[in-house]
Design a protein around this ligand. Sequence first.
Ligand SMILES: Nc1ncnc2c1ncn2[C@@H]1O[C@H](COP(=O)(O)OP(=O)(O)O)[C@@H](O)[C@H]1O
Ligand SMILES: [Mg+2]
Length: 213
Amino acid sequence: MILSLISQKGGVGKSALARLLAVEIAKAGWSVKIADLDPAQGTSTKWKARRDLAGLQPDIAVEKFRTVDRALKEADRFDLMILDGPAHAEQGGRVMARASDLVILPTGYSLDDMEPQIEAAYELEEAGIPTERLLFVFCRARGSEAEDRAARGYIRKAGLQALGPILPEMASIRQGHAEGRAASEVPFPKVQEKVIAVAQGIVDQLTAEREAA
Ligand SMILES: Nc1ncnc2c1ncn2[C@@H]1O[C@H](COP(=O)(O)OP(=O)(O)O)[C@@H](O)[C@H]1O
Ligand SMILES: [Mg+2]
């Protein structure tokens, strides 16, 4: 299976989700690789180096690829290939999305964050990606329940779907990333529980899309 993380903007949480999913899926016994397609940042690659230094398990395969096509050639070798895209992927984003069972569009609650992602989703739909394969996930989210409701309403009105669980912005997650951990590996059970629900929700959607295909 192939999963893509796509956004117009940088810093929305694509690499955070890539790392979270990779760790949770590896824990479930699947083989997984993160294709780091953002060479300018190399976020997942650098994180993997820190993870290895810290001796954390499970071991997560991460590789930088210069093109999406090169990453796709390797996808069959893994139960799941996670395409951790760059900002402004445009053409590359379409190639990623076409090959994917599911496309994740991370966003914050602000209109400034949602609007470019909704535009990106529409561009993907125009390029032939079915709406059901596009999933918004609220990431680095901070806000009241009212704000959450309003943001969900906005996405729904745009004809798009958002995952129920959210990835909250937490100092412990930031710190975890710095130590080579995924968001689900922070030492706080309440945070872990929230974050694992995000990974589980994405996996559920991924397997549902796969079965529908
Ligand atoms: N839930 C979170 N809580 C705290 N910090 C986060 C969270 N998610 C991501 N970050 C941090 O925010 C920054 C941008 O996130 P990242 O996942 O690299 O975004 P992207 O890949 O979309 O550019 C990174 O420094 C990352 O460690
Ligand atoms: Mg990134």
